[in-house]
Design a protein around this ligand. Structure first.
Ligand code: AHR
Length: 473
């Protein structure tokens, strides 16, 4: 058996040359690091991001810009394409008056055959309180939101003339609702969440229901905030995520859950998760993950869209730190049907879960410093396929940046830090071999037929294809 650790630099380069051809073929057939895979962050300096896949097959993306002075929109046939898609300015804040200052958190919706853009706006000073933020809507005059002309439809009317922001709309059981954040007179918080059916895009058909007030310790750090809510209807329930606390590394996602056949206007039908469901991660260097939306990937799988910074310390007011970047990651579901958001996966290609073919519920995962086959916290099963020379890939557990799955030369796999040497590359570079949709095998470069294999709960590198097929999800 060739011991791949004995590879010289020349041999390794030759091997990766062969690997390039094999990998190109493999990539055409399989998945893994293929061209067009989204990379995080998807778009730098775009916060409060809404991405949705419209019935026209396009992805639309809007978000807050650091200047808070305009409403922008991108369109792409693919999620990854949003990174480089042309960004159109639909509307700019006015020269004076109540819409001449901050422009926050737009959302694009198709309501009764018209494109409507909700957003929050405030005055630009001149004696006015720039945080006198209220919610407005624009309407497009034509079928194409990228090229149509947009005009102000008006201000959202609610029972209180107070700080109002982060509106989203959804249809549930044939009724269109608005869900938004607002400061309610008499309640000592910065914002609470409200829900009401709509009569028109900017008038409510009934008094709003107050769904949640931030009271838990993780909701009131820096500011008492519940905002940026959105709804994911799945598995007989409505899962409503919202963002809490100050917009620095303490910003996080909370979750309200309601049975989809319950009266969603009855606050007692919503159950609040006692802990946040998505928080900053030192392991993956993503901080302040929040103000999310939901979409689906090109295969129809649920995707979490959110913003986050890749550094923790912020100078000054976080609201004016421009580096909240748009990020995405796959959503997985627990056996009880609840979404498991795991942790923010960090910069780079989206990770996969790799299940040995035929072993449901078990994945290649990191247990301590060992790779095993089994089940455990989602993050321990998320493995990034890092592109290498000549179309090869290396496996990086998302919580161990810079460390790779390596062959120890004796058939076992170990976790080791990339030292940049050809020897390391030879021990950690694989060619992905497509075996049909979402199914791949991985041959160690230059090894003459050694493959990554699942053997019971163990992981090995051995000759042949037994246990060598993995299902990616
Ligand atoms: O990004 C501007 C505002 O900051 C958003 O409307 C809100 O979700 C966040 O607190």
């Amino acid at each position: 058996m060739n011991d791949p650790t004995s590879l010289t630099r020349r041999t390794f380069i030759a091997a990766t040359g062969v690997a390039a051809a094999t990998a190109a073929t493999a990539q055409r057939r399989g998945r893994g690091v293929t061209p067009g895979q989204p990379l995080n962050p998807v778009v730098r300096r775009r916060a409060d991001t809404q991405i949705f896949r419209h019935t026209d097959g396009n992805y639309y993306m809007t978000a807050s810009v650091p200047e808070y002075d305009r409403l922008v929109l991108r369109r792409s046939r693919t999620l990854a394409g949003l990174a480089t898609a042309r960004e159109t300015v639909l509307w700019r804040h006015l020269a004076s008056g109540p819409l001449s200052g901050f422009i926050w958190a737009p959302e694009l919706h198709r309501i009764d055959g018209r494109w409507i853009m909700y957003f929050a706006a405030g005055p630009s000073g001149g004696g006015e309180d720039v945080f006198r933020i209220r919610t407005y809507a624009l309407v497009c005059d034509g079928p194409d939101p990228m090229t149509g002309r947009w005009r102000l439809l008006g201000q959202l009317t609610t029972p209180w003339d107070s700080f109002t922001l982060d509106s989203t709309s959804f249809v549930h059981r044939g009724v269109r609702y608005l869900l938004w954040a607002q400061k309610e007179p008499g309640i000592d918080t910065n914002s609470n969440l409200y829900l009401a059916p709509l009569k028109t895009p900017i008038t409510l058909a009934a008094a709003p229901a107050r769904l949640t007030v931030p009271t838990l310790d993780w909701e009131i750090r820096g500011f008492k905030v519940a905002e940026g809510a959105t709804v994911l209807p799945r598995n007989g329930r409505l899962f409503m995520t919202y963002s809490a606390s100050a917009t620095d590394d303490r910003y996080c996602l909370g979750l309200l859950t309601c049975a989809d056949d319950a009266d969603i206007m009855q606050p007692s039908n919503w159950t609040k998760s006692p802990k946040p469901v998505f928080v900053s991660s030192d392991a993956t260097s993503v901080y302040g993950p929040g103000h999310n939306s939901f979409t689906v990937d090109e295969q129809g799988r649920d995707v979490l869209v959110y913003h986050g910074r890749d550094y923790k310390a912020i100078k000054g007011d976080p609201l004016f730190d421009p580096n909240r970047d748009t990020r995405i990651q796959r959503i997985y579901y627990r056996a009880d049907g609840t979404p498991d958001f795991g942790i923010p996966v960090g910069n780079g290609p989206l990770p996969y879960r790799m299940a040995p073919a035929g072993r449901s519920g078990a994945f290649l995962r990191l247990q301590g410093d060992r790779f095993v086959i089994g089940s455990g916290p989602l993050a321990s099963t998320q493995i990034r396929q890092v592109p290498g020379k000549g179309g090869t890939i290396a496996f990086e557990p998302i919580e161990r940046r810079g460390q790779r799955l390596c062959h120890d030369g004796a058939g076992r796999v170990v976790l080791a830090r990339d030292d940049g040497t050809p020897g390391f590359a030879a021990r950690s570079s694989f060619v992905a071999i497509g075996q049909g949709r979402d199914r791949q095998a991985y041959r160690l470069v230059g090894s003459g037929g050694l493959h990554l294999q699942a053997a019971g709960d163990e992981v090995r590198i051995a000759r042949g294809m037994q246990g060598a097929s993995f299902l990616l999800s």
